[in-house]
Design a protein around this ligand. Structure first.
Ligand code: NAD
Ligand code: DAU
Length: 353
């Protein structure tokens, strides 16, 4: 059946993989990529599918309510997959209000637009909000986040995502908007902006720059290959139960320092450098304030209800990721020029002490 779906944040890291999957897998669908093209949005991520007949790009900011209304009037979408957000914890510590505007107010603008456009015609519609495991706060050495874990965000980023999740559920309860939410663990893969741990460290290893490990390096994250997240989003969009929540994770916990050492080893082989070369770049720096100690997702609900599980091991995914960055040095050069230099200076120069 043909559908029109608006994917917000489709020029970003995860969004571009979701757009590509939907454009190529569902030729009968019309896919509208709504993106403001902030520093994190990059149409080069979609160069391979930009001429597809079922793909449309609209440069729209979710803070612009008139533009949202006009876009809904133009395309009459059946579904929204909402990924547009400010997504980096460290930037949220520098500029929390940007996160309040885009992640909370922008999400409410989108909810209002969908509610008004779909009033009395909710049958067959779907508003799918993409969220994060960070809303659940931090775990100790044991245990997992489930769909019923109490919200306990610690950073301005996770607080803004928690707030947006509450608004999405409230619009489901109050206005009968057919909403669904997923909360995912740390993604990695091609097109990841080099402000996040894995792509930042790949870039710095290539450039032989210090690898700034926050605090003692014993913080733990649960890593998922981005293509597997996109596959989970496809399943939840089509088969997930309305008004419910799905946790998505990689069953793949790594302490930061162990992950960084593995990355260094793999990069030394790929770059033809002597074993142990890149590890010498590891530099312990001042910790991130409010740093969550450990995240780990219990993804049994999506596994049992929808049959989803990750398709690649971490070693396979990491190798694919490194190969992509080494083959796309122009992409890296483009995204690390300009504003990035200023961000890097602010974030790291004073930290190396
Ligand atoms: P990203 O920062 O790479 O991309 C965000 C995209 O949103 C960019 O294309 C940007 O231009 C766009 N955008 C930002 N503000 C906008 C605005 N006001 N109006 C319209 N577009 C705007 O983010 P990502 O890592 O791909 O994350 C996508 C979503 O997934 C976010 O909602 C994030 O919270 C969530 N998430 C991310 C991860 C992860 O590990 N990256 C894990 C779980 C959930
Ligand atoms: O858990 C899902 C979340 O994962 C997403 O919602 C966020 O959008 C995404 O950015 C990510 O958040 P994290 O803060 O976990 O990711 P980041 O890559 O920034 O950091 C991963 C870990 O590495 C974290 O413990 C902090 C540490 N770190 C990070 C950077 C950038 C360092 O030690 N040094 C660094 O320079």
């Amino acid at each position: 059946m043909s559908k029109t779906i608006v994917i917000t944040g489709g020029a970003g890291f995860i969004g571009s993989h979701v757009v590509r999957l939907f454009v190529t897998r569902y030729p009968d669908y019309s896919i509208v990529n709504l993106d403001a093209l902030t520093y994190a949005g990059n149409l080069a991520n979609l160069a391979d599918i930009e001429n597809s007949a079922n793909y449309h790009f609209e440069k729209v900011n979710i803070l612009d309510t008139d533009a949202l209304k006009a876009l809904f009037a133009k395309y009459q979408p059946d579904g929204v997959i909402h990924l547009a957000a400010e997504s980096h914890v460290d930037r949220s510590i520098m500029s929390p209000l940007d996160f309040v505007y885009t992640n909370i107010i922008g999400t409410v603008n989108l909810l209002n637009t969908a509610r008004d456009a779909w009033k009395g015609k909710e049958e067959g519609k779907r508003f799918y909000h993409i969220s994060t495991d960070e809303v659940y706060g931090a775990l100790g050495d044991t245990g997992f986040f489930t769909e019923t874990t109490r919200y306990d965000p610690h950073s301005p980023y996770s607080a803004s995502k928690a707030s947006s999740d509450h608004f999405v559920r409230a619009y489901g309860d109050t206005y009968g908007l057919p909403v669904v939410i997923s909360n995912c663990s740390n993604n990695y893969g091609p097109n990841h902006f080099p402000e996040k741990l894995i792509p930042l460290f790949i870039h710095n290893i290539i450039e032989r720059k210090p690898l700034p490990v926050y605090g003692d390096g014993h913080y733990t994250r649960d890593w998922l290959y981005v293509i597997d997240h996109a596959a989970a989003i496809d399943l939840i969009f089509h088969k997930g139960v309305a008004h419910s929540t799905y946790n998505i994770g990689g069953f793949n916990e790594w302490k930061n320092i162990d992950l960084v050492k593995l990355l260094c080893q793999l990069m030394d082989v790929k770059l033809g450098r002597p074993a142990g070369d890149s590890e010498q770049l590891i530099t312990y720096v001042k910790d991130r304030p409010g740093h969550d100690r450990r995240y780990a997702i219990d993804a049994s609900k999506i596994n049992e209800e929808l049959g989803w599980k990750p398709s690649v091991t971490f070693e396979q995914g990491l190798e694919l990721t490194i190969d992509w960055y080494l083959a796309n040095t122009e992409w890296l050069k483009q995204v690390t020029s300009g504003e990035y230099q200023h961000y890097y200076e602010q974030q790291y120069t004073k930290r190396e002490q």
